[in-house]
Design a protein around this ligand. Sequence first.
Ligand code: GRG
Length: 303
Amino acid sequence: KPHNNNQVPKFQFEEYMKTKATNVNKALDEAVPLQDPIKIHQAMRYSLLAGGKRVRPILCLASCELVGGDESLAVPIACAVEMIHTMSLIHDDLPCMDNDDLRRGKPTSHKVFGEETAVLAGDALLSLAFEHVAAKTIGVSPDRVVRAIAELGSAVGSEGLVAGQIVDICSEGKEVNLSELEYIHVHKTAKLLEAAVVGGAIMGGGSGVEVERVRRYARYVGLLFQVVDDILDVTKTSSELGKTAGKDLASDKATYPKLMGLDKATAFAAELAAKAKEELHYFDAAKAAPLFHLANYIAHRQN
Ligand code: GRG
């Protein structure tokens, strides 16, 4: 029987995000020590510790705790997801891809270290992500670890992030319809978010039903994340967004506001947030509070 989430207990969301991000940052710092060869580890640390929002690893930890697991069980996979996210940003910024100069408010990896090192830093982070889950998970049965690694692998490869990126690249200069746009967003953004949430639930010992429920939550939230990204791109003022302000109005890139109009895109985002939260009604309201608030945060975020 569903719980009544209208009575969500008081929850200090900002405090929660701060604590979790601090835990994640500490674990990431320890996961990539500055060692020989210095240049590659410097480059890995430069991008990994550049201060992203840490939404994916926090979702992972919250999902682990939702099903009754201790946070520590999910820390390695939370770190792995952030390593993969970071490497995808490094590669996405390369001259052969988006050719961006700035990321997370700092010069991009290839600008600081050169293209060769940026490619290798991405490769090394991708490899380390899988090694980290396999080697650093303590107190979790091998069965769970293997399942989580499989989730991660499929989210990253040619049926996941890479699929989204190749379709995105191949659609450049062409008209993209709504279903093609959704394909790109689901693969470039939602797949990794899904692996984070599902991976957390697997590590925490969630049942099959629980894992599939959080998977549905993650799919809604993943698409929501990107729809909001598209909306922010057209609604933020130039001073807030810097050089990218209004870029989607000026460029040919397809976005939700462009294809459906800003009002419909906003309504679609609200619908996705509501559907995501609906999946949480089947869990204890207090335990579901972090994921509930995270869905709201992703829906209403300003950056
Ligand atoms: C994954 C093997 C492999 C290769 C990379 C380049 C590429 C293939 C994929 C591109 C993926 C990409 C850049 C997707 C966009 C994801 C996205 C919404 C980024 C912004 O995420 P935020 O807002 O950023 O969470 P912060 O900086 O807060 O972490």
